[in-house]
Design a protein around this ligand. Structure first.
Ligand SMILES: [Zn+2]
Ligand SMILES: [Zn+2]
Length: 270
């Protein structure tokens, strides 16, 4: 089916492998009418993800916007972490994310490596994964407040290394209750949530974010969805959009959000 664009893309300005122009070229070759770049904000505990030169990033994307005018609409975005060093200013849109729990004088970046996460849960949560998961969702609930998000990213990122429920049970009533509570708070501040294929794309897991039960809850809450590849290289732009659209339809969504010159618009998924 037809997709108008992909708006969660990383470049060499943060931890991506392709330049902004290479990402844009990929979007053009997919026939998109628009594309958005969304560099990671810088955080004080940066592990090499964040943009160290956001001004240069902004200047380059704005220049590319002009260069490609009439060919593709380019939007200047940022993936703003809840612990971003400075507020996101001068962007067309903000994707809000929680990647890291700061606790006990240290931190755990929930999507970094399974070794680091396991060690962190041991050190800061006494090995109690429930407590860790709860701390994550308490933070996720605050994404709109802390980031000014227009879009909330991978809401259940904390499940990244939990394949097969190896650390905690994603089917349990306790887990789902924690998620619902966070989702309700987050949805009160931001109405657009991603379906995000980033972790599948990079081989970490077999399902996209978020889980089906979360998508269904979002539908019930009257929220809207946006399809995102979270691509870190030009070959991954638009990754799994057909599958994500199918998943959205199965959860009752008839449309998805895209960016237009007049703001956020919707296109049909049917
Ligand atoms: Zn992210
Ligand atoms: Zn991202």
């Amino acid at each position: 089916m037809y997709f108008p664009g992909d708006y969660h893309l990383h470049t060499t300005y943060c931890d991506g492998n392709s330049t902004p122009e290479e990402m844009i070229a990929a979007a053009i070759s997919l026939g998109y009418e628009s594309v958005g770049l969304s560099g990671h904000s810088y955080v004080w505990f940066d592990d090499g993800f964040g943009m160290t030169a956001p001004e240069a990033y902004q200047a380059e994307v704005l220049a590319l916007k002009e260069k490609y005018r009439g060919k593709i609409d380019i939007y200047l975005g940022i993936e703003q972490d809840v612990f971003a060093e400075r507020p996101a200013e001068g962007y067309d849109y903000i994707i809000g994310s929680a990647h890291t729990i700061v606790c006990g004088g240290g931190y755990i970046t929930v999507d970094y490596t399974v070794e680091k996460v396991t060690a962190g849960v041991r050190e800061y949560f006494g090995g109690d994964w429930q407590k860790y998961v709860k701390a994550y969702y308490e933070l996720a609930a605050e994404i709109p407040k802390r980031t000014g998000a227009d879009i909330i990213s991978h809401f259940d990122l904390v499940t990244k290394f939990n394949k097969g429920g190896r650390f905690f049970d994603e089917e349990s009533r306790e887990y789902k209750a924690v998620v619902y509570e966070a989702l309700k708070s987050a949805a009160a501040g931001c109405r657009i949530f991603e379906i995000n294929s980033g972790a599948v794309n990079r081989g970490y897991r077999s399902r996209v974010y978020p889980a089906v039960f979360i998508l269904k809850a979002l539908k019930e809450l009257g929220c809207r969805i946006i399809l995102s590849s979270d691509a870190h290289d030009s070959g991954s732009v638009g990754f799994m959009f057909d599958e994500m659209a199918e998943m959205a339809r199965e959860c009752g969504f008839k449309s998805a959000v895209h960016l237009t010159p007049g703001g956020f618009g919707e296109y049909s998924l049917i």
